[in-house]
Design a binder for this molecule. Structure first.
Ligand code: 0A1
Ligand code: ZN
Length: 861
């Protein structure tokens, strides 16, 4: 396969300005007519227009139709050689949205016309210089049948609406210059919900949500979140919304969560609709985060966009950081931080340690869609947070405001952001750039040495950034780490001469440093990387007494959780390596007991403290991965803890049962965590408990969790309950996805048979990415014992699915392909079977560059 690799170092600036774009659409499902008139100025040389899958009718330059010999045309582009300094180019063409199953460009979702242009979808709509540094204003006229497309939306302000016979003609104008990836069009039968918002400077904004009629009563929560996000951005960063209209349209078929198109956000309806009877608490969290994320992009992404796609983290890392901060302010900061770090460790650390490792700003790509990753998004957000830790929140805010002011209306690069921090804080951050260019999770080794005679503690800290597939011998990074030292009573020591600081941020610059602390009365417990200051792995051995001090007394909630988590992780790892049961220290049982006895104070936090690392979190921390052993080790540890504290678990579980009303989400989280302990053994008592939880629950958080517990059991009620759920909710696509998800993650042996049956059922379609994710991705990524079944059947099945999907939706196929990325840590037999299946995928005729890039990188490793 001949893939075209795009390299960062080959970037060339544009050789023109695009003053204005005038688009006319005549909507028709099989033949949409597009007239695109672009006014170019300051042209020096050729004009290159990207275009894929477009039927070109004519092209004219400054009013004169061009003959085919007057331009160069292939399957991907048109080049107009030596165009005049001022060139008006008019392209007339047709596209066929009805066959667009890749969901990029203009496509149809449940009879609704919708666009997705990030990253390179606009070139599937019309010939255009489709790169993010081409900024222009747009006027868009859309004409369509008024009965089928009574609502027609695009970016910016509504200019006019006219009925012409059976057609509706709507004109939109976007006064803000924007890149083509932020263009949007939505047309179809959609119901509107409107709310008014008044900005800090008293500008009135119409907030509208457009959704299918049947979901109209399920968007109030999303609207509340939008209002809160708008207020938060005004208060925190003094950023106001800049138009009088803000539309959100929701559709059912969408490749990702949502998209930040200027003033017309488009949402996967799964992340917008909620209902108190059918939504889980996690789903509410997702809605809050995603609504805010897309809104925040208006400044970090739209007003200041990216010069090229290598800078993706400039908008994504920063916007994830902003949405994380927003959600922390809306709910529990501690729990939010723990959840974010868990996600980072499970997914991003694994990505960084495997064949798909890439830096936050990648050096090259074959398919940019493959780089919407946890590294670009979530590690990218951690880099921003590190800057805040280095510069203090005040210093960071100064830099942020400077960045917004200086780069507003521009297409920027990551250096522009860092430089804004440097100038406003008078600091040299050159070493920090390595975080953008070096892949891999830095490993920090800590060796403390306490001298009882002079009451001095020295801590030797060394850093190592591991080799990754494309990078070896890395340089030392700039790593901030917050540190505190605790005495035996759980009190913190002063760390500075003035006796004013009990927490310090130490900055690592070299491969190795030694830090000294004086007047430390006794050998202290070390709490380091508090709040997860940096996205690194810490190796520090401390004795049981010290661990106990930190587990009980550390006032940094993240760190307290982290100590317990690390202990649990070590237990699971040890257990997975031995045949005998590992011993759990008595002190640790006491710590868990304390948590259970005090759980009422903060049930959500207690739930986090009690929840064990998942199988993928464990596998990320071991070199040789044996899926069965990890699975049973985890189970064994849960069982042992529960058997030691059975009464305490039952007691708090009873309390949870009384407190699962709507306001008590922390209790629901604790309920589910306890239920996991109490039903870890598949016996009649456990089956009864879980059945009661399912039947008596008045909320989806508990109902769904108990359903997933039942589906892991050999209970005689298993199938009846799964059917009960299906019958109750089968009319709602979102609920079918949940039903798929539960079954796809069911740990019963031979579960694959059931998954194959579901794929063949009339409920399932490869065309809906949500369904693909909830059935296939969940099976391949969240059900290790079945996916990695010794027979290799799981691998063959997923490879077959990738091959089918690749012809329908390459993004979906590529995302499923990453399921094979940890193949190297498996045994010979499994490796061999995976290799055969990857080869089969690579041999598929017309394999997309998306899937090729992922499988080829894994295969090469
Ligand atoms: N920019 C969006 C994510 C997004 C990316 C690509 C898409 O289609 C291929 C769609 C959405 C965000 O960060 O929310
Ligand atoms: Zn984003």
């Amino acid at each position: 396969m001949n893939t075209n690799i795009i390299k960062q170092k080959h970037f060339k600036p544009i050789n023109f300005n695009l003053q204005h774009v005038d688009l006319c659409f005549y909507l028709n499902p099989i033949k949409t007519h597009v007239i695109n008139t672009m006014l170019f100025t300051n042209v020096i040389g050729d004009i290159l227009l990207n275009g894929i899958g477009i039927e070109l009718i004519s092209i004219s330059l400054n009013g004169k139709t061009l003959k085919p010999i007057e331009y160069i045309h292939d399957n991907y582009k048109i080049i107009i050689p030596k165009a005049p300094k001022k060139s008006t180019i008019k392209i007339i063409s047709n596209i066929n949205p009805s066959v667009n199953s890749r969901l990029e460009g203009l496509y149809i979702s449940d009879k609704i016309f919708v666009t997705q242009c990030e990253a390179q979808g606009f070139r599937r709509i019309t010939y255009f210089p489709d790169r993010p540094d081409v900024l222009s204003t747009y006027t868009v006229k859309i004409t369509g049948n008024k009965n089928q497309y009574p609502v027609i939306l695009s970016n910016g302000n509504l200019v006019s609406t006219k009925c012409i016979k059976n057609d509706l003609e709507v004109v939109w104008n976007d006064p803000f210059k924007k890149p083509s990836y932020l263009f949007a069009l939505v047309a179809g039968k959609l119901s509107q919900t409107n709310r008014k918002f008044v900005t800090k400077s008293k500008n009135k904004v119409d907030l509208n949500i457009w959704i299918r009629k049947e979901d109209k009563n399920k968007i109030n929560f999303a609207l509340d979140c939008l209002e809160q996000a708008m207020k938060w951005d005004e208060k925190k960063y003094n950023l106001e919304y800049d138009l009088n209209i803000f539309n959100i349209a929701a559709i059912n078929n969408f490749n990702m969560g949502a998209m930040e198109n200027k003033s017309l956000n488009i949402f996967n309806s799964k992340y917008l609709i909620s209902d108190k009877n059918t939504s889980t608490d996690n789903e509410y969290d997702f809605i809050e985060t995603i609504v805010a994320h897309e809104y925040f992009h208006n400044w970090t992404g739209n007003r200041i966009t990216c010069r090229d796609w290598f800078q993706l983290s400039l908008k994504e890392g920063l916007t994830v950081y902003r949405d994380q901060e927003f959600s922390s302010d809306m709910g529990s900061r501690a729990v939010k931080r723990i959840k974010d770090v868990r996600m980072l460790r499970a997914i991003q650390f694994a990505e960084d340690a495997g064949p798909l490792a890439h830096s936050v700003r990648p050096e090259s790509y074959a398919e940019i869609n493959n780089f919407y990753t946890a590294t670009v998004y979530n590690k990218g957000a951690e880099l921003i947070r590190m800057l805040e830790n280095i510069l203090t929140p005040k210093g960071f805010l100064k830099g942020f405001k400077y960045y917004i002011k200086k780069y507003d209306g521009k297409a920027a690069i990551c250096e522009n952001f860092i430089h804004s921090m440097e100038t406003t804080n008078n600091i040299d951050l050159r070493q920090f750039y390595l975080w953008y260019s070096q892949a891999g999770t830095p490993e920090i080794n800590i060796i403390p040495d306490y001298n009882i005679k002079n009451k001095k503690l020295s801590i030797k800290v060394t850093q190592n950034v591991p080799d990754t597939p494309k990078q070896k011998n890395k340089k030392a990074m700039l790593i901030p780490l917050k540190i505190s030292l605790f005495n035996a009573e759980g009190k913190k020591y002063f760390l500075d001469k003035n006796k004013s600081k009990k927490e310090l941020t130490i900055l690592l610059k070299n491969k190795s440093h030694t830090f000294y602390y004086e007047n430390i009365e006794a050998n202290p417990a070390i709490s380091i990387n508090r709040g997860f200051t940096s996205p690194v792995k810490i190796n520090l051995e401390q004795d049981k007494n010290k661990l106990q001090i930190l587990m009980i007394h550390d006032n940094d909630s993240f760190k307290k959780w982290d100590q317990i988590y690390k202990y649990l992780l070590d237990l699971c790892i040890k257990q997975s390596k031995t045949a005998k049961n590992v011993k759990i220290d008595l002190f640790f049982i006491k710590v868990i007991k304390e948590i259970l006895l005090n759980a009422e104070k903060d049930p959500a936090f207690a739930s986090e403290l009690l929840s064990l690392p998942s199988e993928s979190e464990i596998s990320e921390n071991i070199k040789k991965y044996n899926p069965e052993k990890v699975f049973s080790a985890r189970k064994e540890i849960i069982k042992t803890i529960k058997n030691n504290l059975s009464n305490e678990f039952h007691l708090i579980y009873k309390k949870c049962l009384n407190k699962t009303n709507l306001a008590a989400r922390g209790w629901r989280a604790l309920h589910n965590t306890c239920l996991q302990y109490l039903t870890i053994e598949d016996n009649l008592d456990a089956q009864k408990l879980v059945l009661e939880a399912y039947k008596n629950s008045n909320n989806m958080t508990i109902k769904l969790y108990s359903l997933s517990c039942i589906s892991n059991m050999k209970s005689k009620d298993r199938n009846t309950i799964l059917l009960d759920f299906y019958e109750k909710y089968k009319k709602q696509p979102i609920m079918i996805e949940k039903w798929f998800q539960v079954q796809a993650s069911a740990k019963l042996k031979n579960n694959l048979r059931n998954i194959k049956r579901l794929v063949k059922s009339s409920e399932f379609t490869y065309k809906n990415p949500n369904q693909v994710r909830s059935l296939l991705n969940v099976f391949a990524k969240n059900n290790p014992i079945n996916f990695h079944d010794n027979s290799g059947k799981g691998y063959k099945f997923i490879a077959d699915q990738i091959i089918i999907l690749d012809s329908i939706n390459p993004s979906s196929a590529a995302s499923l392909s990453s399921a094979f990325s940890n193949w190297k840590s498996l045994d010979q037999n499994r490796k061999k079977i995976i290799k055969i299946n990857m080869k089969r995928i690579l041999q598929k005729k017309n394999l997309s560059p998306n899937t090729f890039e992922i499988i080829n990188n894994i295969n090469k490793s």
